[in-house]
Ligand binder design. Structure first.
Ligand code: AMP
Length: 191
């Protein structure tokens, strides 16, 4: 099993690279943001609980996110592994994920952390907001709040995996194919 945490700030290219990685390695894509958006569009109770946090660019409470990920992992049979995209975003989530995957007999293999500077991220997100209609990608103030939340609550997650010797940093600016090549080289030489 190959279980990857794909890490990085909003707009770093996690979704784009996940789509390519799942094809190459036959993995299951688990994006917590996508799962929340699906629940919101279906009008589920989970979606209702998440919406306000997402609209403001704040994190959905850990227990809500963790329960959703547990459900998804436990209900996925016959996979070669997972790409966790946008999760974990807090150290509490990282600890819960470790526990879940160890219980499952399929621990996290490595974390790939994409880095892109904030000016480029802001530019990318505003462009995405124009085509995706994602409300949280349209307001520069909300985007900046997401960056602030990322810096304060999410960056410690990289240290968490670094302590386990599982952190690999990848430059996330450049061409999509160039970044993909760096990601696959890192995976192939470290698992
Ligand atoms: P994303 O699509 O990953 O940018 O996530 C969009 C929004 O969903 C975030 O701004 C959060 O409000 C919420 N969200 C997604 N993943 C998580 C997570 N792991 N923990 C808390 N909130 C999350």
């Amino acid at each position: 099993m190959l279980n990857i945490v794909l890490f990085g700030p909003p707009g770093a290219g996690k979704g784009t690279q996940s789509e390519k990685l799942i094809v190459k390695y036959s993995l299951t894509h688990l994006s917590t943001g996508d799962l929340f958006r699906k629940n919101i569009s279906e009008g589920t109770e989970l979606g209702l609980r998440a919406q306000q946090y997402m609209d403001e660019g704040n994190l959905v409470p850990d227990e809500v996110v963790i329960a959703m990920v547990e459900d998804k992992v436990k209900s996925t049979a016959n996979t070669s592994g997972f790409i966790f995209d946008g999760f974990p975003r807090t150290v509490a989530q990282a600890e819960a994920l470790d526990k879940l995957m160890v219980e499952n007999g399929t621990p996290i293999s490595l974390m790939l952390a994409l880095s892109v500077d904030e000016d480029e991220l802001l530019d990318r997100l505003l462009k995405r907001g124009k085509i995706s209609e994602r409300a949280d990608d349209q307001d520069p103030e909300k985007i900046k709040n997401r960056f602030a939340v990322y810096r304060s609550e999410t960056t410690p997650v990289a240290d968490y995996y670094d302590t386990q010797g599982k952190l690999f940093n990848i430059v996330g600016s450049g061409t999509i194919d160039g970044i993909f090549a760096d990601l696959t080289k890192t995976i192939d030489s470290n698992v």
